[in-house]
Design a protein around this ligand. Structure first.
Ligand code: 2HG
Ligand code: ZN
Length: 461
């Protein structure tokens, strides 16, 4: 090791895998944002909690910052290492450690991929219900770091609802065992919940106990074409009242165009401005009849222009692809992303203001909307025109994000619904959190990580 600090680490942990090749630094130094140039010092791939603790102690002694790293599918720059940090990748700590049928819990290491968790739960006849498009590559540690949401939040809530225990290495290298799988534990501050959503700034999750649940009843998937924006929340209110929803997602015709160009099949002929993919319990005839009746009512009211119900699992997957494929279909364009939320009741008024704002501020720029409208969570992907230099594009998007943040503030919303603040949104944190809250957050950070070695520069400016 040419770097003296790394030489100390290697001597102390001779079995630790440390990578310093240019390709590895590039690979592990970035996430899906692709905006920053990766420049980590090295990549450490520990295989045990002891190794993680030793790395954290070494980082304190040597004054090296640590960027905790999972699947790096994040969209806010939370796992970017662009300033000589040590990337602490948890990808080799990726096993299921235990299943308890009585507690209905699964104990896992943080580097396990979400889909592997789903499969493990399935083998026990249960589900881990947090789910989203990056399931095949994101890790549970990253999900915990951002309190990931996804497409089933409407039914099951965010990651935070499903974590009943965490083992965390704090900034001084100490191992904390938080909540230990308890359902009831009224014994003071819940540090487990504090860790969830802390974006790697308070500690490193080295083990998680996940709560599992029964699979939902068999379901149906429906695609709806809508004539205008106001219809979105009307159809949502109707469907939520009459059906047991598992998901209620929307996307625009602009989003659809990109997914189709990326290989998906059109399921409804004609051009409509808005689409909804919804999944609901349909295990018996009354439930199926209720769905049809809701659809017909929406049609009569003019809230829905057309629709299709999947007749097979393959068709259901094809309908889901129209929504879940949006991010991937845009990835090569490296969109500027907003991920905002308001209370469900505030969605209609917010949508109108937002639409006017975006139309005014991005007259020549393609803007793609989609998201978890049933949770009040909207994704906005802004596409850079080829003739606009990246720097000017980002400056324009940041200006619009400031205006969007002001709009959100007026509607009591959040500048980050489910992707975290990371590097991308830290300048707008004050629009969602008060100065008093931010000061307290910084104080909390000092308590858990006195030397500020965990993910510096993320979350706060
Ligand atoms: C989704 O809902 C993800 O598909 C990604 O949260 C959103 O790419 C995005 O902006
Ligand atoms: Zn999302």
């Amino acid at each position: 090791m040419s770097d003296a600090r790394l030489a100390v680490l290697s001597r102390r942990l001779p079995d630790l895998r440390l990578l310093t090749a240019a390709g590895d630094l590039e690979h592990y130094g970035r996430d899906w944002t692709r905006r920053w140039t990766p420049a980590p010092l090295a990549i450490a791939l520990p295989t045990s909690i002891d190794e993680v603790q030793a790395i954290v102690r070494w980082a304190n002694e040597q004054d090296v910052a640590i960027v905790p790293s999972g699947g790096r599918t994040g969209l806010s720059g939370g796992a970017v290492a662009a300033n000589g940090e040590l990337v602490l990748s948890l990808e080799r700590m990726n096993r299921v450690l235990d299943f308890d049928a009585v507690d209905r819990t699964l104990v896992v290491q943080p580097g396990i991929i979400l889909q592997t968790v789903h499969e493990a739960a399935h083998t026990h006849g249960l589900i881990y219900p947090v789910d989203f498009a990056a399931r095949g590559s994101c890790s549970i540690g990253g999900n915990i770091a951002t309190n990931a949401g996804g497409i089933r939040v409407i039914r099951y809530g965010n990651t935070r609802e499903w974590i009943v225990g965490l083992k965390v290495v704090a900034g001084n290298g100490e191992l904390l065992e938080l909540n230990r799988g308890l359902i009831k534990n009224s014994s003071g501050y819940d540090f487990r919940q504090l860790m969830i959503g802390s974006e790697g700034t308070l500690g490193i999750v080295v083990e998680a106990t996940l709560k599992l649940t029964d699979p939902p009843p068999s379901s149906q998937v429906m695609l709806l074409a809508l004539p205008d924006m106001d219809a979105l929340m009307r159809v949502f209110a109707l469907f939520r009242e009459r059906l047991q929803l598992q998901a209620f997602e929307f996307f625009t015709e602009v989003a659809l165009k990109h997914v189709l160009a990326h290989g998906a099949q059109r399921a409804i002929d004609g051009d409509y401005p808005y689409y909804v993919v919804t999944e609901f319990d349909a295990d018996d005839e009354p439930a199926q009849d209720a769905a049809l009746a809701a659809f017909e009512h929406a049609l009569e009211q003019g809230w829905v222009s057309d629709g299709v119900i999947a007749q097979s699992e393959a068709q259901a997957a094809a309908l889901w692809r129209l929504r879940e494929g949006v991010t991937e279909s845009l990835a090569s364009r490296r969109p500027y992303k907003n991920d905002v939320s308001v209370r469900i009741s505030a969605v209609p008024a917010f949508l109108h203001e937002m639409q006017a704002l975006l139309a005014h501020e991005y007259p020549q720029i393609e803007v793609v909307w989609f998201g978890h409208i049933g949770d009040g969570n909207l994704h906005i992907n802004v596409l850079r025109p080829e003739d606009l230099p990246e720097v000017a594009f980002i400056a324009q998007c940041e200006h619009v994000t400031k205006l969007l943040a002001e709009t959100l503030q007026r509607h009591g919303g959040s500048i980050s619904a489910e992707h975290g603040i990371g590097l991308v949104k830290r300048a707008y944190l004050e629009s969602t959190r008060s100065a008093a809250e931010i000061a307290l957050m910084q104080g909390v950070r000092k308590v858990f990580d006195p030397n500020g070695i965990f993910n510096p520069g993320k979350l706060f400016c």
